[in-house]
Design a protein around this ligand. Structure first.
Ligand code: SF4
Ligand code: SF4
Length: 302
């Protein structure tokens, strides 16, 4: 067995043993308990915890995507007469049936629906854990989530160092890295902030080069239509970004990978990693997988 593999299997055994040893030391010698005396003490839950839902009435467009995708049929649309928003439809949830899969949150095109860290939902009356749309309403929560997401560490790719080995794309659990051929130096390439996209297709109509399509969907399990760029047609004219009413498209400058061959012809552009940062959860797997130091994540340990 090669030395590296032997080391890896040693790591499989040694690391858990080290962790167990640390916990034994902390509980027996230092006196730090391994459990929490609930309900007197409570754990600090991570922001990604899937608890009770909350809904931003202003961001929700009443598309009912969440209701349709729910595998347990625990959501419904309610007709509401709102003094500010007029006649609207918003979803309610029966938390007693919810399996906290998070599909409704993921499918929401306007990022209006979220799961909070509130988990104390137990009640002897099932009716009390059925939340109407008005009971889910919190018009400030979604903005706080966006603010928090903007603070997290995201990978920064040095395209000049990237060799296109695809290691990072293979490691990413959120599938936010695509391998694409990159052509001319300084060419502007459009990027889409998917959570902002409402799939209105205005970018597809505005593109003079037919470099955008809604039919070739990004492969996701809920099959939401999303604009997809055909990079070889794109001239970087910025028409799509100007046409987008949700400000979901921005332009990025790309270093190219073309070379001039001996016969004066251009070589084929090579593939490089392109990140869809809006889906990134900041886990650092790509950063650790890259052997060419082309990805940096300030504040994250290798
Ligand atoms: S988390 Fe899953 S089960 Fe619960 S309401 Fe959303 S889609 Fe339905
Ligand atoms: S998916 Fe989002 S925008 Fe559509 S109804 Fe549900 S909460 Fe509202």
């Amino acid at each position: 067995m090669p030395a590296r593999k032997r080391l890896n299997s040693f790591g499989f055994v040694f690391r858990p043993m080290k962790r167990t040893g640390k916990q034994v030391w902390e509980s027996l010698i230092v006196g730090k308990p391994n459990t929490v005396l609930y309900p007197y003490h409570k754990l600090n839950l991570p922001p990604t915890y899937r608890g009770k839902h909350t809904l931003d009435f202003k961001k929700c467009i009443g598309c009912a995507n969440c209701v349709q995708i729910c595998p347990n049929d625990c959501m419904w649309m309610e007709k509401i007469e709102d003094p500010e928003l007029g006649k609207i439809e918003r979803p309610g949830i029966d938390m007693g049936r919810c399996l906290f899969c998070g599909l409704c949150v993921e499918v929401c095109p306007t990022v209006a629906l979220h799961e909070t860290v509130e988990f104390e939902l137990a009640s002897s009356d099932r009716g009390k854990i059925k939340f109407s749309a008005k009971e889910l309403r919190d018009d400030s929560y979604a903005d706080k989530v966006v603010e928090e997401r903007q603070k997290r560490a995201v990978p920064v790719l040095d395209l000049g160092k990237c060799t296109g080995c695809e290691k990072c794309a293979g490691e990413c659990p959120e599938m936010c890295i695509a391998m694409m051929p990159v052509e001319s130096v300084g060419k502007l390439k459009p990027e889409i902030a998917l959570p902002k996209c409402t799939a209105c297709e205005k970018c597809v109509v505005a593109c003079p080069e037919k470099a955008l399509t809604m039919k070739d969907m990004y492969e996701s399990y809920f099959e939401m239509p999303e604009p997809k760029f055909i990079l070889k047609n794109c001239t970087g004219c910025n028409a799509c970004a100007k046409a987008c009413p949700a400000d979901a498209i921005y332009m990025m400058e790309m270093p190219g990978t073309e070379r001039i061959l001996k016969d004066g012809k251009k070589s084929k552009p090579k593939k490089r990693a392109v990140f869809v940062l809006e889906k990134c959860v900041g886990c650092g797997k790509c950063f650790r997988a890259c052997k060419f130091q082309s990805i940096e994540m300030p504040g994250v340990k290798k």
